[in-house]
Ligand binder design. Structure first.
Ligand code: NAP
Ligand code: SF4
Length: 656
C-alpha cells in the first residue's frame, strides 16, 4: 500500500485513528504498508505543523501504529519526505533559491553544511522509525520533492560538491541511502522512491535514471519504487483520465537493470490489472494507495476470487487528495468509512437492545439511494429499492459514458453486487406510489434531480437539448455546438462530444499529453503541439459558456479542475465567460458580451445549467404524516456530487 497523507497525522488523537486505519488494511491482507510522508526536520515539513520524526518523544505515538499493524500480521514502513521548495511555509529549503510554480514561498538555498545536516536528519528519522517498530523506511526521492530537486539542473544550480555534474547531483540521495543502511543494519527494509519520469523541462534523462538506480542499489536499498511526475508537471498522473496502469511502461524500462525488486504504481486499481502488469514483466511488485482507501479488504477479496465485490477506487480524488488540499482529513468518495474507522461503524441490529429489523423502502437508485439501501440491509433491515428507470445509477449513468470516466461502471458493479449479497429487493421500472408506503416502516427518498430548464425565447426549439438528452438518451448532435453552463456537467458534455465513450489507450494518452515513450527528451516530455491541429481531433467546434466571470469548472476539485481546463484547450473548445443569453433561434444562440450582441451559429444548443431537486414524493409523504427521510440531490441539488450523495446515503443507512 503506497504512501498517502490522510490528514490524521496532524489531528488530535490522530495516531490512534491512524493505527486503526492501517490495522484495518493489514487485516485486509495488504503485504506491506508505507505511511504518509513524515518530515525528517522542521524545514522539510510540507505545512507549518505537519508531522515530523525528529526526537525520541515522537517515537511513542508511532508505536501505536506499528503495534496495531503487527498485531494484524502486517508490515509497515515509514516514509521520510522532505518537501524542499514545495513546502507551504517561509522556511523552506532547497538546493537553490528558485521558487516552485506551485508553492507560495521562495526557498532558501541550503548552505553546504546544511546539506550534510539534512542527510543526518534523514538518518536520524530512519533510526527513530526503527526504534518505533517500523519494518523499514521509504526514502521519498520523487514527485519533485527535495531529493528530486537535487537531481536536476532545473532546481539545482549549486557549484559545490552537491551540484554540477549528474554524479554530484545524485550524491545527496545516494549518501542518504548509504548512511541509513549503515545506521539501521541489514535487517531493515529501505525502499527508495525513484523519479522515473519527471515530466518537467530539464528533468532527468533515462541514462541518468538508470545510473541513479544502480547507485541506489549499491548504497543499500532493498526495493526501488516508481515515482511519476513532479507535482508541478502539467500532465495528469493519477486522475481518472489516466488509463489504468498507464505508467507501468516506465518501470518496465528499468526491469533487468538492477538486481533488487522494482515496484510499479499509478492507476492500478483491480487485481486483474495488477496481475496483468506482473505478467507483462513491467515490475516485480505492485503498489496501490487509493484503492485501499476505497476498500480495506481489497486483497482478501482478490485472494478469494471475489474481485466482483471490491469497491473500486475510481481515481476521482474528490475525498482523498482534494480534502488534503483543503486541509481536511482524507476519506473516500465510494467508501466514506475510510479514515473514520474509530468513529463510523455499521452496527448490526442483532447487537443492539430494542433494535428490530424494519421494512424499509428506498426510492431512487442513484448513488444516495444505493448506499442507503446497502448500508441499511447490511445492518439487517429488509430493504426494497425502487427505481423508475430500467437500471440503477441515476446521475452516475450520465457520468460513466464520458471517456475517462468509465470507472463509474465499477461503482455501479460494486453496488449492484452488494444489493444481491445483502438481499435487497430490487424493483426496476417501478415508480413508488404513496399507497405503497403502508407496507413499510420507513421510506428513504433519494429521488434525485432533474436538469434545470431555461425559459429563454427559443428554448423549446428542436435543436435545443439538455445534458440528459445527449449523455443518456444519445440524441444526435451536430458539428457546431453551444453549451450553456460551464460547470462539471457542461465540461463532461463537451468531453463526451469530443472524445466519445471509449477509454483512451495508453499510447493515445501519451500522445495527447506529449509524453515521450522513446525517452529521447529530458524529463520524458516533448515540446507541445496543439491537439486541435492534429488529424482526427477537434472534429467539433464547441462553445462553452457561462454568465459569471472566471474559469470553467471553478467549483471542481483542485487536483482535477486544471486537467479538465487543459483538455478543453487541447481540443480547441472556445470558452466564453461573462455572457448574457438573449435567445435561441434556428440560426443558433444569441448572446451579448461586454455590451455587444453576437450570434453563435451552431447546430445545437445544449443546456447544462445545473439541476433542481425532485422532492415532490417526500413532500407528499410528510404531508400525510408518513415517516420519511430525504437525502442526496432530492434534498439539495446545489453542489451535489456523488461524494455527498454516497455519504448521506450511508449515514441514513447507519441510523434508520
Ligand atoms: P454546476 O457546477 O453548478 O454548474 C452549473 C452551470 O450552469 C454553471 O456554469 C452556471 O454558471 C450555469 N447556470 C446555473 N444556472 C443557470 C441559469 N439559470 N441559466 C444559465 N446558466 C446557469 O452544476 P453542474 O455542472 O450541473 O454539476 C452538478 C454537480 O455535479 C456540481 O456540484 C458539480 O461539481 C458536480 N460534478 C462534478 C464533476 C467532476 O468531474 N468532479 C463532473 C460533473 C458534475 P452561470 O450561473 O454563471 O451561468
Ligand atoms: Fe479513489 Fe476517489 Fe476514493 Fe480517492 S476519493 S480513494 S480517488 S475513489
Amino acid at each position: 500500500m503506497g504512501s498517502m497523507h490522510t490528514g490524521l497525522e496532524e489531528e488530535k488523537n490522530g495516531f490512534e485513528k491512524l493505527a486503526a486505519f492501517y490495522a484495518e488494511r493489514a487485516r485486509g491482507g495488504v503485504g506491506l504498508i508505507v505511511t504518509g510522508g513524515i518530515a525528517p526536520d522542521i524545514f522539510g515539513r510540507l505545512t507549518p505543523f505537519a508531522s515530523k520524526l525528529t526526537s525520541q518523544s515522537e517515537v511513542e505515538k508511532h508505536k501505536l501504529i506499528t503495534n496495531a499493524v503487527h498485531i494484524a500480521d502486517g508490515k509497515i514502513c515509514l516514509q521520510i519526505l522532505h518537501a524542499g521548495r514545495y513546502a507551504y511555509h517561509p522556511f523552506s529549503l532547497a538546493p537553490s533559491r528558485i521558487k516552485a510554480p506551485i508553492a507560495p514561498f521562495t526557498p532558501w538555498a541550503m548552505p553546504s553544511f546544511y546539506v550534510e545536516k539534512t542527510i543526518q536528519h534523514f538518518v536520524r528519522a530512519a533510526k527513530l522509525a526503527q526504534q518505533a517498530g517500523y519494518d523499514g523506511v521509504e526514502v521519498m526521492g520523487s514527485e519533485g520533492y527535495l531529493i528530486n530537486q537535487f537531481l536536476v539542473t532545473r532546481t539545482n544550480k549549486r557549484n559545490d560538491k552537491w551540484g554540477g555534474s549528474f554524479g554530484n547531483r545524485m550524491l545527496f540521495p545516494v549518501e542518504i541511502v548509504r548512511r541509513i543502511r549503515e545506521a539501521v543494519g541489514e535487517n531493515f527494509i529501505i525502499i527508495y522512491r525513484l523519479s522515473m519520469l519527471d515530466i518537467v523541462d530539464d528533468g532527468q534523462t533515462w541514462n541518468e535514471i538508470e545510473t541513479l538506480a544502480k547507485a541506489i542499489e549499491n548504497a543499500g536499498a532493498s526495493i526501488i519504487n516508481t515515482g511519476i511526475g513532479w507535482h508541478e508537471a502539467r500532465v495528469p498522473t493519477i486522475a481518472q483520465m489516466v488509463p489504468r496502469a498507464g505508467f507501468a511502461w516506465v518501470t518496465k524500462r528499468l526491469m533487468g537493470k538492477v538486481n533488487i525488486p522494482l515496484i510499479t504504481t499509478n492507476r492500478i486499481n483491480s487485481p486483474e490489472v495488477a496481475e496483468q502488469v506482473l505478467q507483462e514483466g513491467c515490475a516485480d511488485m505492485i503498489s496501490m494507495a487509493r484503492p485501499f482507501l476505497a476498500d480495506p479488504n481489497f486483497m482478501l477479496k482478490a485472494k478469494e476470487n471475489r474481485s466482483d465485490e471490491i469497491n473500486t477506487c475510481i481515481a476521482c480524488n474528490q475525498a482523498c487528495l482534494d480534502h488534503i488540499f483543503n486541509r481536511k482529513v482524507a476519506s473516500c468518495m465510494v467508501n466514506p468509512f475510510a479514515c473514520r474507522e474509530t468513529e463510523w461503524k455499521i452496527t448490526p441490529l442483532s447487537s443492539g437492545e430494542g433494535m428490530r429489523p424494519k421494512n424499509i423502502a428506498v426510492v431512487g437508485g442513484g448513488p444516495a439511494g444505493l448506499s442507503a439501501a446497502v448500508t441499511a440491509a447490511q445492518r439487517g433491515h429488509r430493504v426494497t429499492l425502487f427505481e423508475a428507470r430500467n437500471e440503477m445509477g441515476g446521475q452516475l449513468n450520465m457520468a460513466r459514458v464520458v471517456s475517462g470516466k468509465e470507472e463509474f461502471n465499477e461503482t455501479l458493479r460494486y453496488f449492484n453486487r452488494q444489493l444481491e449479497l445483502n438481499n435487497v429487493d430490487v424493483k426496476l421500472n417501478t415508480r413508488f406510489e404513496i399507497a405503497m408506503a403502508k407496507d413499510f416502516d420507513d421510506v428513504i427518498v433519494s429521488s434525485g434531480v432533474l436538469p434545470r430548464e431555461l425559459s429563454m425565447e427559443g428554448s423549446d426549439l428542436p435543436h435545443v437539448f439538455n445534458y440528459a438528452d445527449v449523455l443518456r438518451d444519445k440524441k444526435q448532435v451536430g458539428k457546431r455546438v453551444a453549451i450553456i453552463g460551464a460547470g462539471g456537467i457542461g465540461i463532461d458534455t463537451a468531453m463526451f462530444l469530443l472524445k466519445g465513450s471509449n477509454p483512451e489507450s495508453s499510447h493515445d494518452f501519451n500522445e495527447k499529453w506529449n509524453l515521450d515513450e522513446t525517452y529521447l527528451m529530458r524529463g520524458g516530455v516533448r515540446i507541445e503541439e496543439p491537439l486541435s491541429t492534429r488529424e482526427g481531433l477537434g472534429v467539433r467546434q464547441i462553445f462553452l459558456l457561462q454568465r459569471k466571470k472566471g474559469k470553467p469548472g471553478a467549483a471542481l476539485g483542485k487536483t482535477t479542475a486544471w486537467i479538465h481546463r487543459e483538455e478543453l484547450k487541447k481540443y480547441g473548445v472556445k470558452y466564453l465567460d461573462g455572457v448574457e443569453y438573449e435567445k435561441i433561434s434556428e440560426q443558433g444562440l444569441h448572446i451579448s458580451r461586454n455590451g455587444q450582441s453576437h450570434l453563435l451559429a451552431v447546430d445545437n444548443v445544449i443546456i447544462c445549467a445545473g439541476q433542481v431537486s425532485e422532492r415532490s414524493l417526500y413532500d407528499e409523504l410528510k404531508a400525510r404524516g408518513i415517516s420519511a427521510h430525504l437525502i442526496g440531490g432530492a434534498k439539495e441539488a446545489g453542489e451535489l456530487d456523488a461524494k455527498r450523495a454516497i455519504e448521506e446515503g450511508t449515514r441514513v443507512g447507519m441510523v434508520v
